[in-house]
Design a protein around this ligand. Sequence first.
Ligand code: HEC
Length: 138
Amino acid sequence: MKQSHRFNAVMLCALLAMGMTSVVYADAVTTLQDEYRAAGAGPFSASAGEKAWTTAHKDAEGGPDRNCQTCHGTDLTKAGKHQRTGKAIDPLAPSANKERLTDVKFIEKWFTRNCKWTVGRECTAQEKGDFLEYLKGL
Ligand code: HEC
């Protein structure tokens, strides 16, 4: 009897821990997509996000065309390489790197920087929602 109570307690803890990690993961993406929806965007599409991810943009200074793969690479489960600094960038796919897409501020900060550098302007709420829809499934 005592034994099975202990077993139940252990199982309960394991289940709670599993539930909590998935909530943390879902939270940042859900929070942001809810914000974008409140701003009038949506529904979000993984295939639109994938397409935008690889769409080439002209460099205003006449350098090579840019897209999101320029630094993150063609396989998001593998490390990328920063186009200017040459520094390695950890894989972006949450399946390969569970810290990805877990921090609202971090995601927004890098959307702002990367969209400006790659697209030449900030991304719209629709574009960001689509990128997240694509990335979260990887
Ligand atoms: C000039 C290089 C570069 C390009 C091009 C680039 N990124 Fe990034 N990106 C980075 C760096 C550096 C980081 C932050 C370091 C890290 O997360 O490992 C980052 C991080 C991110 C993150 C944060 C993910 C997380 O939760 O950890 C997102 C989202 C992202 N990039 C999206 C994009 C999108 C969308 C594009 C195309 C519009 C893009 N990036 C193009 C360099 C780049």
